[in-house]
Design a protein around this ligand. Structure first.
Ligand code: PRE
Length: 360
């Protein structure tokens, strides 16, 4: 071997040893960042701290003796800070009760005789608003005939305008219960005020928390104090991280029976009421063990694309579908445009079932 080859070999050995030292130091640094992340989580402080990062960079630049120039040192350390931040975030996820990292097995929720999040897909259907016993009964009968086990119906309606129909309130919940009992259906209705919860759960089997209330932390906490299953809708502009944290508010109070429902998010698109974020389905299923449903009515606002969207949701791994049905949508007191009438609902259901994606 020539002298040149000898020194190449020697230098490479030194470099390998330095790599290992660097790796050890990086690992030690990551562990320290992990401890800092835990403290920050406990104190409710965000992980990202640009001021602290700037202070560290200033110290490093002042100590830089070359041969790397300052810009290179800055870039290298910025990458290290970024890796630490990612590590802190991953560690936090493990601590979320709703996280699949914390519980690998899927949560299955039993509502009356129906399992949500189990092997079979589920369908939830019903009018946007409970308007009368007769109207709700007609839908209940259609669900029973179609083998759909869960009846939805709004009684407290958070409407955009205060002058629009606000729902029948407790009377609406009583109607739902009456129809539910008559046909053996489980019932679901949105509750908007923590003060209504105690009374509401005497009548309904699932508490719905609507998109506009996903950030209503007092409502989330109050729902977490009950032991009634909760269907939590994704907020209009909520990230998936915010969505899962909203669910965490409920389960951290002891109510572990939470179902998530994607209902479309706000984008610039005008041809649908909202934009169905289909990617949310596999991501939520991956990140969380909670059941994931898709509300095809609110996400699209269009009757003509409900079936393909429901099929897409099921293909993406959704545990169930929610759809609005009204005996006479033209005279509905809310969402008249987007509710299916009963024959349309039967067609919708057949099309979805014929696809083979709706698991029996
Ligand atoms: O010093 C902190 O507060 C940390 O959380 C550690 C650390 C880092 O790894 O350097 C991580 C993220 C912050 O943006 C700043 C610094």
């Amino acid at each position: 071997m020539s002298t040149n080859e000898n020194s190449l070999e020697l230098l490479r050995e030194q470099l390998d040893a330095t790599n290992l030292q660097l790796l050890e130091l990086l690992s030690q640094r990551a562990e320290l960042a992990g401890q800092l992340g835990k403290l920050k989580e406990a104190q409710g402080v965000p992980d990202f701290d640009p001021v602290r990062e700037q202070q560290m960079l200033d110290k490093l630049i002042a100590a830089n003796r070359g041969p790397f120039d300052d810009a290179t040192i800055r870039q290298l350390f910025k990458n290290i800070f970024k890796a630490s931040l990612n590590y802190q975030k991953e560690e936090h996820k493990k601590h979320l009760i709703v996280s699949r990292k914390n519980q690998p097995d899927s949560t299955v929720i039993k509502v009356k005789d129906t399992l949500v999040g189990g092997k079979a897909s589920i369908m939830v259907a019903g009018p946007c608003s409970v308007e009368s016993y007769q109207q709700t009964r007609e839908v209940g009968a259609a669900l029973k005939e179609a083998g759909v086990p869960i009846l939805r119906g709004g009684a407290f309606k958070p409407r955009t305008s205060p002058y629009d129909f606000q729902g029948l309130g407790v009377e609406g919940l009583q109607i739902l219960k009456r129809v539910g009992d008559e046909f053996g259906l489980a019932t679901i209705s949105e509750i908007v005020d923590p003060r209504h919860l105690e009374e509401a759960i005497q009548y309904i089997d699932i508490i719905q928390i609507g998109a506009r209330n996903m950030h209503n932390f007092e409502l989330l906490k109050a729902a977490g104090e009950t032991r009634t299953p909760v269907l939590l809708k994704r907020g209009l502009a909520a990230t998936m991280e915010e969505f899962l944290h909203a669910a965490e508010y409920i389960v951290s109070r002891g109510n572990t029976q939470v179902m998530l429902i994607e209902r479309g998010i706000r984008t610039y698109e005008k041809w649908t009421r909202n934009t169905l974020d289909i990617s949310a389905v596999p991501i939520l299923k991956k990140e969380s063990h909670l059941p994931v449903l898709v509300d095809v009515t609110h996400s699209t606002g269009r009757k003509d694309i409900l079936a393909p969207c429901a099929k897409a949701a099921l293909a993406a791994g959704a545990d169930g579908i929610m759809v609005e049905v009204h005996p006479n949508p033209a005279v509905a007191l809310s969402d008249a445009q987007q509710q299916l009438n009963i024959p349309e609902f039967h067609n919708f259901l057949s099309e979805v079932k014929e696809s083979g994606l709706f698991k029996a």
